[in-house]
Design a protein around this ligand. Structure first.
Ligand code: ZN
Length: 522
């Protein structure tokens, strides 16, 4: 039991330093009262950890339990301080869905050092500490009394500090995601509850009345390439006014391409954004309601059109489970150039009858996935040098970091232009179109924040403002389309806009959310 209390105090004090750092930075704690509040808060965390550990304070369980908490706290502390991220449910979802090559991107010497310092020393002491063999009833009595004492301490402090605590949490809600390792534990439990609450069995079908709208005479079946971008920021696209030439190939296409300047993401991580983007519900209803239903891909396939998901990242998060899907390559040095190779063969392999009704190809990019941005562009396409070539972003100058990130945008520019060139060659059999939108943005050191995944309500604009493009934007409705350039749009529009481009009607389709419905001549 002594071990449990000691470990709780250690965890509350050291691996929680991102929390203490954040708290000490708040203007309202710069007083004696503030100092007392912080100290009290620390004791509360230790007390809460003791309450949680007490039921496990048995001869064979206490050491493994404490080890687990120590390791979770040390990893949590490193990621929170190195990248200024917080650990919440979507973050843990991302961690669990991550593939090995992404993990390798995150591992480095600093992480090892942090884990050794924060968990290594106490682990050695812990496993060397002798545990006295005592009578089971005595042990139960001790565990219960320690638990009750810690709970009383927690309750007393909660009562005494309630005014300060509630004010601080109301003003700085994201602080609660910094309480280590309770944030990771809470997120895991929350995730467990969510997956249990989710109805088992197949998702509810959508688009049961979906139809291909009659096409004007002479119009060929649609071929829509939907490029799902990764970690691209709208304000780093030259097409959106960025000062550096990050989108030269798309710019060379002139008015053929329309860039929509004012688009917001549904979430701030891949796991949060992707299912929401392909759902008819939109952000608010998706997050509030039952998302356990089919998505855009199922609906399009139901009309008889061909659907294919091509993945160059960590998978489609279950979206493509019921449609054809392939992965381009499993090599971590494989850039998105791999996605545009072999498109002819991939299209030809789709069933002819379905292809003649229409085709939806989804290209899921690796895009600008961090923190190893320098791996996202091939050596031949790095116009901005020198580049940050480590995943410890703080070790690089800001210029080198931005250079590496911007080179990844240049690679996306090439990939999109290459896809458009390929689509142009399909005009004999299809009416081609391309729609590109990123899943979320990225913090690149603004306010000392890095990467993405902050809770939506507190996430900075850099993590939510995403680029979106459509091609072709020339022709009879060009003038109308240009007028949309600054229209406020979001991922909520994607489902309906894609159905509009494919010429599909369904009761789920909402013309008001179809970004281009007003410009369609038919
Ligand atoms: Zn993502």
């Amino acid at each position: 039991m002594t071990l449990a209390v000691l470990a709780s105090v250690w965890i509350a004090a050291l691996p929680n330093w991102p929390l203490w750092q954040a708290l000490l930075g708040l203007p309202e704690v710069a007083s004696t009262r503030g100092a007392l509040f912080i100290a009290g808060f620390g004791v509360m965390i230790a007390a809460l950890l003791t309450v949680l550990l007490a039921p496990f304070a048995w001869r064979w369980t206490i050491k493994p339990m404490i080890s687990l908490l120590l390791l979770a706290a040390a990893f949590g502390a490193y990621f929170m301080s190195a990248y200024s991220v917080v650990i919440d449910t979507p973050m843990i979802t991302n961690v669990l869905q991550t593939d090995p090559r992404e993990v390798r991107d995150l591992l480095n010497a600093r992480l090892l050092l942090a884990v050794l310092l924060l968990a290594g020393l106490p682990l050695v002491l812990l496993w060397r500490a002798p545990i006295r063999r005592i009578n089971g009833w005595t042990q139960l009595g001790r565990n219960l009394s320690t638990m009750i004492a810690a709970a009383l301490l927690l309750g007393g402090l909660l009562f005494a500090l309630f005014a300060d605590l509630s004010a601080t949490m109301r003003n700085h809600g994201s602080l609660r995601y910094l309480i280590n390792p309770l944030n990771s534990l809470y997120a895991l439990v929350d995730l467990g509850m969510q997956s249990r609450a989710r109805p088992v069995g197949p998702p509810a079908p959508i688009g049961l009345d979906a139809r291909i709208a009659p096409r004007p005479a002479g119009m060929l079946p649609p071929l829509l390439v939907l490029v799902v971008g990764e970690t691209a920021r709208a304000d780093h696209f030259a097409l959106n006014g960025y000062a550096r030439p990050t989108t030269p190939e798309l710019a060379a296409l002139g008015n053929e391409v329309l860039s929509l300047h004012n688009v917001m993401s549904c979430g701030t991580s891949t796991a949060a954004s992707l299912p929401c983007m392909f759902s008819p519900l939109g952000r608010e209803r998706y997050n509030a309601g039952d998302g356990h239903q089919e998505n855009l891909l199922d609906l399009v396939q139901r009309t008889g059109m061909a659907v294919l998901w091509i993945d160059n990242q960590s998978g489609c998060k279950g979206l493509c489970d019921r449609v054809a899907h392939i992965e381009t390559c499993n090599d971590e040095n494989c850039t998105d150039d791999a996605m545009t190779q072999g498109l002819d063969e991939r299209l030809a392999a789709l069933p002819v009858a379905a292809r003649d009704k229409g085709v939806l190809l989804v290209l899921h990019q690796m895009g600008s996935h961090g923190p190893a941005y320098y791996k996202r562009s091939p050596a031949s396409r790095k116009p901005f040098m020198p580049e940050c070539t480590t995943n410890v972003l703080q070790q690089c100058t800001r210029d080198a970091l931005i250079n590496a990130y911007d080179n990844s945008i240049v690679t996306t520019d090439h990939m999109l232009a290459q896809t458009i060139r390929w689509l142009s060659g399909q005009r004999a059999r299809h009416d081609p179109a391309l729609l590109y939108v990123s899943d979320h943005g990225e913090s690149l050191g603004e306010n000392n924040l890095y990467l993405h995944g902050l809770p939506y309500a507190v996430a900075p604009i850099e993590q939510k403002h995403v680029p979106m493009l459509v091609w072709p934007a020339a022709g009879a409705n060009a003038e109308c389309l240009r007028g949309l350039q600054n229209a406020p749009l979001s991922h909520d529009n994607l489902f309906h806009t894609a159905l509009g481009l494919l010429g599909i009607t369904a009761s789920e389709y909402d013309a008001k959310l179809d970004a281009f419905s007003a410009c369609r001549s038919r």
